[in-house]
Design a protein around this ligand. Sequence first.
Ligand SMILES: [Zn+2]
Ligand SMILES: [Zn+2]
Length: 360
Amino acid sequence: MSRTGNPQKETNMKAAVITAPGVIEIQDVEKPSPQAGEVLLKVDASALCGTDQRVLRGEKPVSVNIIGHELAGTVEALGDGVSGVEVGQRYAVQTVIGCGECAPCKAHHQIRCLKGFKAIGYAWNGGFADYMVMPKEGVDQGCLIPIPDSMSAEVATLLEPISCCVNGLRFFPFEEMKHVVVLSGGIIGVLNGLVAKAWGAETVTIMNRSQGRLDLIKELGLPFENLVNTSTTDPIEWMRKNTDGLGVDGVVVPASAKELVPLGMELLAMGGHLSIFAGMSKQDPCESIDLNAIHYRELHLHGANSSVRRDYEEAIRLIETGKINPDPLITHRFALEQFNEAFKTQADPAVKSLKVVLEH
Ligand SMILES: [Zn+2]
Ligand SMILES: [Zn+2]
C-alpha cells in the first residue's frame, strides 16, 4: 500500500445504505471479503424494481440494509474451495436461494424450497454497492448465471425481471394463445407483454389507468397491438367489441390489486388462462370470486413467484436471438452516488420512467 495513498480506500467501498425507512445514504462501508465457498462480485450495474421501492420506504421489512437484486457483476475474488467460477467472469445473480437439500432445491427449483427460500437483497446484502458477496449456498446451488460476452451489464440487469415473467408465463399454452391482455403498463407489465409476444402471442393488449404510462409505451415503440386506458374505456366493453364477445386467451395480473383477478377472469374466453404474477397485500389478500365461472367456463388460474436458473437462461436466449429488444426499456441511468435521485425518478409517475439503472 502506498504511503501517500489513503489506506482506508483499499478496504472500503461505496454503498447505498438504508439508515431509516425512506432514508438512504451513500456511505463508505467495509468492502466484504469472500469467506470459504463464497464469491466476491464487483457490481457492474444494478437496477431498481418496484419491490425495492417498498423496502426503501419501509413497507416491506428485510434483514439487511443494502438491498438490490437486479444486477450484473464481475468476479473479483473467490473464497477457499470455490470451483467452476473464475475471476474476471461476468454473472447475473439468481435472487432466490433455497435450503439446497429438499427435492425442489435438488431439481434447481428453489422457489418451491420446502423450507422457504431466502433472497439476495433481502436476507443477504444486495447489489446497491460497489461489491457484493454471493453466499456459499448460492454458489453451491448454481445461482451465478453466466452472461454472454455480447450482453452489456445494464442489459443483464433486465435478466432477473424478465426471468420472473418467463416463469409466470410458462403455464400458458402459447400454441393456443392468440390474444393476451396484461393488466399493467409498468415495467413488469411491459416485460410480461414482451415475453408473451416472444413466445408467439399474436396480439398483446396493455391495459392501464394512466394515459401517461400508455403514451410512454407508445413513444418507446414497444411492439404491442393495443394500449387501452381503463380510466376512460371500460375493459369488458373493449373486450366484447374487440373479440366478438368471445374474450381473450390469457390475462396477466402483474399489479398488487386483487380486484384485477375477477376483472381478468371476466376478460377471458372459455378455457382461458390467468396468471397471478403479483403478490397481494399480506394484510388483505382475500378476494371473493365466482367459482362457477372457473368451473363452467373451464378457466385456469396460475400462480407464479420469482424465477430460477432455467428462467434466466431463457431470458438470455430471448435477448440474444432478438426476440426481445432490450434497448428501449432502460429509460434512465444514474451513478451509484446518485442513488436517491434514481429512487425518486423511479417513484415519480410524472417522470415517465420504465427501467432505472445504476451504473457502478
Ligand atoms: Zn425485482
Ligand atoms: Zn430447499
